[in-house]
Design a protein around this ligand. Structure first.
Ligand code: NAD
Length: 365
């Protein structure tokens, strides 16, 4: 099969980590008989330098025409680089918001997996880290409190601010279905997180989740209040498979879930729209402090490419192969500098560069 990938390296370490993800995809292509065709696009600071804006209409259009988008990261040294002298809507990060909106990406996926070799980086108690965890947070991305009507005005002489949290049943149904589809590719367990003891929007959320669950008899659905979920994530993260939630709860919980892994260079993410289209990117930023040194950890981007194989191209076997190769590299003691100190075993580790990490993963495919 042929797949058209819009490739947006962006700024900072973006080009270095994207190069390694492409290397791994090409190896997968060779091994499994697929062809990945890349269209290189500019976004962020590099697009400002060339076109005067972080995302041009042409770039957005080219991204839209592809089967999926693979993104590195955008941005520079905030406050230092000349990009930050521009008005906010012309800064590198404005490109991120514009592409997410322009591609109608309504489902954000953030996996949190604790590699046995990197347990030392987990900030939780040893007895909890010992159990390991493997979950994915599915967050609604285009509705709820962040997109509702808001205003600040004086009422009876008192300054009053109002934010509105609105969800309609269609918005809820489409994200719930995404979460169930994802659960079907995993351990078939969805925890739907809400605040149904207080919020109407959560009560509707719960009702729709229960309706959708009937279409997926193999998937187990449970509801959990958001305050309890925040506690359970640090008390017993192993219980979770797919955590499904609305925009603001997901914003907070996805950061909490990823931070308990402790390794920023390992965290993949995806944002999906209707159908199979999606944008895949590491959870970290452009890391300008280490850009151009060939020392960045490319694994988050490589794992994001694996998510692309799984969720946009339905190539589950190929995605499994990438994830297993990453796990094997870690087992073999190969580390970029950021994860070098995270292994407490007495084994000798081999420190590698960004490109050597890409090569090492390819060797194990
Ligand atoms: P960051 O994630 O870029 O870096 C935080 C720290 O983690 C730095 O010390 C960095 O060296 C390290 N780090 C990050 N990724 C790494 C990797 N793959 N390997 C090894 N070390 C890694 O966050 P920041 O410093 O807050 O932001 C830097 C720039 O990136 C800013 O301009 C910010 O706006 C932008 N940013 C972009 C995105 C995005 O493109 N999605 C996300 C977050 C931040």
């Amino acid at each position: 099969m042929k797949y058209q990938i819009a490739c947006i390296p962006g700024d900072g370490i973006g080009p270095e980590i994207i190069e390694e993800a492409k290397k791994v995809l090409n190896k997968i292509g060779e091994k499994f008989g697929h062809e990945f065709i890349y269209t290189e696009l500019l976004m962020g600071g590099v697009s400002i330098d060339k076109y005067g804006e972080p995302l041009t209409k042409e770039t957005l259009e080219a991204a839209r025409k592809s089967d999926a988008v693979l993104l590195g990261a955008v941005g520079g040294r905030v406050g230092e680089d000349s990009w930050y002298k521009l008005p906010p809507h012309l800064r590198p990060e404005a490109g991120l918001l514009a592409i997410r909106k322009g591609l109608s990406l309504f489902a954000n996926l953030r996996p949190a997996y604790l590699y046995p070799e990197l347990k030392n980086a987990c900030p939780l108690k040893e007895s909890i880290a010992e159990q390991g965890f493997d979950m994915i947070v599915v967050r609604e991305l285009t509705g709820g409190l962040y997109f509702g009507k808001r205003e600040t005005k004086e009422i009876d002489g008192v300054m009053t601010a109002v934010d509105t949290l609105t969800y309609n049943e269609n918005e809820i149904r489409r994200i719930v279905k995404k979460a169930f589809d994802i659960a079907m590719k995993r351990r078939k367990k969805v925890t739907s997180v809400d605040k149904a003891n207080v919020l109407d929007s959560s009560r509707l959320w719960r009702k729709i989740a229960a309706e959708v669950a009937e279409e997926y008899p193999e998937v187990e659905l449970s509801d959990m209040l958001v305050d309890n979920c925040a506690m359970q994530l640090v008390k017993d993260p192993a219980q979770f498979d797919v955590i499904l939630t609305e925009n603001m709860f997901g914003d907070i919980l996805s950061d909490e879930a990823s931070m308990v892994t402790g390794s920023i260079g390992m965290l993949a993410s995806a944002s999906l729209s209707e159908g199979k289209f999606g944008l895949y990117e590491p959870s970290h930023g452009a890391a300008p402090d280490i850009a151009g040194q060939n020392i960045a950890n490319p694994i988050a981007t490589i794992l994001s490419a694996a998510m692309m194989l799984r969720y946009s191209f339905d190539l589950d076997r190929e995605a499994d192969a990438v994830e297993q190769a990453v796990a094997q590299v870690l087992k073999d003691g190969i580390r970029t500098v950021d994860i070098m100190s995270q292994d407490i075993s007495q084994r000798r580790m081999t420190q590698v560069t960004c490109s050597e990490m890409g090569d090492s993963i390819c060797d194990r495919l």
